[in-house]
Write a protein that binds this ligand. Structure first.
Ligand SMILES: Nc1nc2c(c(=O)[nH]1)N[C@H]1C(S)=C(S)[C@@H](COP(=O)(O)O)O[C@H]1N2
Ligand SMILES: [Mo]
Length: 418
């Protein structure tokens, strides 16, 4: 991709085909996902995620193919899991969407959009996207963007929050400028402690706190933390943060602030609502707690644990027996990189080494594959388990915490050979 690509002047509009969507939903309106279908009424396309109350509508939004609707206000869309079998990179039109506040601008004119850099800096800056692109080196990193609550719907006991399946994640090649370079241009004051990020989205109700996230300087100044203006070689879709979003490779997506227009250097640890009490995990190394446990010490969620999935088969699926079959999948972690993936056909009783696909960098999805010959008529419990370069792996039993964060249990897939 060329490094000087400019963002289209036409801007991005969200509302273009939104109306059709609203009308379609309204027509289906009161029957909901649980009720019966009145005679003669069109049937909404639905999918069922592997959880109780897992029936979801498939919908299309501007710049997006059919995705799984979690909520419409704010827009939250999950990527159907088959998409992850398309390759190591998740297409922009299939990338999941998560906003906290319903006030998402429906159109952005990138020539007017400005990013403020202010607070404990020597020289405040106000940069257009074009200035960002022309004044700083551009760099690229492949990195997984995963919601903290990805797979929350699989928690047992169930926890409140967005009931995601495993599709609140995606991997993209992000291009942008280093946050560090921008902060250095502004010049940090000696008492700078954290950097706070705010996007152009707003809360429709004044009581709802604006979505603001903060990073310690030691993280913010990292080599790979980007103000990204391109995703997989194209401008970001509006719903994924056009024209610029923060990319914090290895860290959960809650920090990847979209439509980023305000960067504030602050002299203390931020305790706004979205840093405390929201988005915190138990401070112990497991990030576990027992349901009902009180007085748990918490820290802000940060790095992602190791995960792996099979992408070409699903639980309850069928497999052709009598011939060698390829099982494919993906693995990733919080930035140490995947060292190996193990694959089992007997529910974890024995493991074989899977073959790894091309290395796109330590923050990326890593594809893997394994072959085995199932015997016709037999059931198999397939499982995969990744290990990163510092020896961390996945949990054999699911962790539990009240926000439904950081699931990374070894996933199993019961399939039948025919
Ligand atoms: N401005 C803004 N940025 C945001 C959010 C938000 O609500 N507003 N949500 C965050 C969370 S929790 C997630 S999971 C990711 C989702 O990124 P995506 O919609 O591009 O998949 O955006 C992050 N950045
Ligand atoms: Mo999230």
């Amino acid at each position: 991709m060329d490094t000087n690509r400019s963002v289209p002047a036409r801007g991005h509009r969200l509302n273009a085909s939104r109306r059709g969507f609203m009308q379609k939903s309204a027509a289906l309106g009161s029957l909901g996902i649980l009720g019966g279908i009145p005679a003669g009424q069109a049937l909404a396309k639905v999918v069922t995620l592997p959880m109780e109350n897992g029936t979801r509508e498939l919908v299309t939004y501007p710049e997006k193919r059919e995705l799984i609707l979690m909520t419409a206000r704010p827009v939250q869309l999950e990527t159907p899991f088959e998409v992850f079998d398309e390759g190591a990179f998740t297409a922009n039109d299939a990338f999941f969407v998560r906003w906290h506040l319903a006030g998402v601008p429906t159109s952005i004119d990138p020539s007017q959009f400005k990013i403020q850099v202010r607070g404990r800096v020597r020289q405040a800056l106000s940069l257009t996207v074009a200035e960002l692109q022309s004044q700083f080196d551009s760099v690229e990193v492949a990195a997984v963007c995963q919601c903290s609550g990805n797979s929350r719907g699989l928690f047992n006991p169930r926890v409140p929050g967005g009931e995601w399946g495993n599709g609140a994640m995606g991997n993209a090649l992000w291009r942008g400028v280093r946050l560090r370079d921008v902060l250095q241009k502004a010049g940090l004051e000696i008492d700078a402690v954290q950097v706070r990020f705010n996007g152009a989205d707003t809360a429709p109700m004044p009581a709802t706190p604006d979505f603001i996230k903060a990073l310690d300087l030691s993280v913010a100044m990292g080599d790979e933390v980007l103000l990204a203006y391109a995703m997989n070689g194209k401008p970001l879709p509006l719903l994924n943060g056009f024209p610029v979003r923060l990319v914090v490779p290895g860290w959960f997506a809650t920090y990847w602030v979209k439509m980023l227009d305000d960067i504030e250097v602050i002299p203390k640890v931020d305790e706004n609502f979205w840093m405390k009490p929201a988005y915190r995990i138990p401070a112990d190394p497991c990030a576990c707690q027992v349901p009902g446990q009180q007085g748990v010490v918490t820290v802000p969620i940060h790095r992602m644990p190791v995960r792996s999935f099979i992408t070409n088969l699903s639980d309850g699926g069928k497999l052709k027996g009598g011939h060698a079959q390829t099982v494919r999948g993906i693995a990733f972690d919080g930035g140490y990189g995947i060292a190996q993936v193990l694959f089992s056909t007997d529910g974890g009783g024995s493991w074989m080494r899977a073959e790894l696909g091309p290395d796109h960098g330590r923050y990326s999805f890593r594809e893997w594959s394994a072959r085995f010959t199932p015997r016709p008529g037999r059931p198999y419990t397939l499982a995969c388990m990744a290990v990163n370069t510092i020896g961390e792996s996945q949990r054999l039993t699911p962790r539990w915490n009240p926000s439904g964060y950081m699931r990374n249990v070894v996933e199993t897939y019961r399939v039948h050979a025919v």
